[in-house]
Design a protein around this ligand. Structure first.
Ligand code: ZN
Length: 371
């Protein structure tokens, strides 16, 4: 499979256009025309990840944190970063990153964290956009209806929540007269043609509609194919940051912190009254300080990574208890879930999850429960 094909499918599932303006998702390095059979998935790029990718004979590395984030003014191969670039190029490794776009997906980083926290009935803490749906219809001669429909489906049309291949077909008679200069697929120039046509209707979204129309026109036999696009009222899916859900039973903040320290095997900072009972819990993978005001309005407790003391103070003042984990611990469940999804989407590829990126933070491993 070509790297470009992998990238376009990931882009269909996790649209790059959803990324924040300061972010840098997408192809980071390498030749997208290269063929790929094996992929390594990691939180971020390290020399350990490259070692693993080489050992597993991968041609591509997909990271959550973008490999290039700030502008590059020189590539000194004796620096750590320069050496990473040198090794990636020498080993013909393609690097792709899905960051704030993956964060916002219903199967994104915070979704996996919420599941890991044992939360139920989860929903987005802050919705960002709603995926809009459209009904696309076109008229095809009977003989080519299947081919055109198949091309549209392959490009992602007809997917409605847990259903794929949703379509509707209607038989009818189409007429047209080709003028001089036209090269009609059916009928003669200057004569009125009557053709048995099928009207095909499929569902597309603002994410895939351009691709579907392009593939439809490619497969369509007519020189000029007519089609129409109607906006639908029902939303097809939401995106957002953070998640909020419920724990089956309420628990004291101290006991819950203890439970998580064991589950995540990492130190946890507790902000708030340890005896306070918590039940409605919100979370955000990575650095989630920005969501504190929303979390305070909708939950007893907020679980996230990397919060500075001043921000924690803000949470306490707003009546919100906080549990703060190391950044990577809050994102690892999401990266693992992404790896599983990639394996589902690309059954022909071998997708590996990296263990090497753990090496950077080995020094803090004193679980709360053991202190
Ligand atoms: Zn992160």
């Amino acid at each position: 499979m070509l790297a470009s094909e992998i990238i376009s499918e990931i882009n269909r599932q996790v649209p790059e256009r959803l990324q924040e303006s300061w972010d840098n998702c997408g192809l980071q390095l390498g030749d997208a025309n290269q063929s790929v059979n094996r992929v390594m998935v990691a939180l971020e790029m390290t020399h350990g990840v490259i070692d693993e990718a080489i050992e597993k004979r991968c041609e591509m590395i997909i990271t959550h944190h973008p490999f290039f984030f700030t502008s590059i003014r020189s590539l000194d191969f004796t620096s750590v970063r320069g050496k990473l670039v040198q090794r990636l190029i020498e080993n013909k490794l393609i690097v792709y990153s899905a960051h704030t776009n993956l964060d916002q997906m219903p199967f994104g980083i915070s979704d996996a964290l919420a599941k890991r926290l044992g939360l139920e009935s989860i929903k987005f803490l802050q919705g960002t956009s709603v995926i809009k749906g459209y009904k696309l219809s076109t008229y095809v001669p009977e003989t080519h209806a299947k081919e055109v429909l198949f091309a549209m489906m392959e490009a992602g049309a007809g997917t409605l929540r847990n259903y794929t291949h949703c379509s509707f077909a209607l038989e009818g008679i189409g007429t047209f007269r080709a003028l001089h200069g036209a090269r009609p697929f059916l009928g003669e120039v200057n004569q009125l043609a009557e053709v048995k046509e099928i009207k095909l209707e499929v569902l597309v979204t603002d994410v895939n509609r351009e691709q579907v129309i392009r593939e439809m026109l490619k497969a369509h036999p007519y020189e000029v194919a007519a089609y129409d696009l109607f906006a639908m009222e029902n939303s097809l899916g939401e995106t957002g940051y953070g998640m909020v859900g419920e724990r089956g039973e309420s628990i004291s903040l101290a006991d819950y912190a203890d439970e998580l320290a064991n589950k995540f095997a990492c130190p946890i900072s507790i902000y708030g009254d340890r005896n306070r009972q918590v039940k409605i819990i919100s979370c955000c993978g990575g650095e989630g300080a920005d969501l504190i005001p929303i979390a305070a309005g909708s939950s007893d407790l907020y679980v996230t990574g990397d919060i500075r003391a001043s921000k924690a103070q803000m949470a306490i003042e707003a009546g919100l208890a906080l549990l703060v984990l190391p950044h990577r611990e809050t994102e690892k469940p999401g990266v693992e879930q992404f790896q599983e999804l990639l394996q589902e989407w690309f059954s022909d590829l071998k997708i590996f999850g990296s263990n090497a990126d753990d090496l950077l933070e080995m020094s803090w491993a004193i679980p709360f429960a053991e202190r």
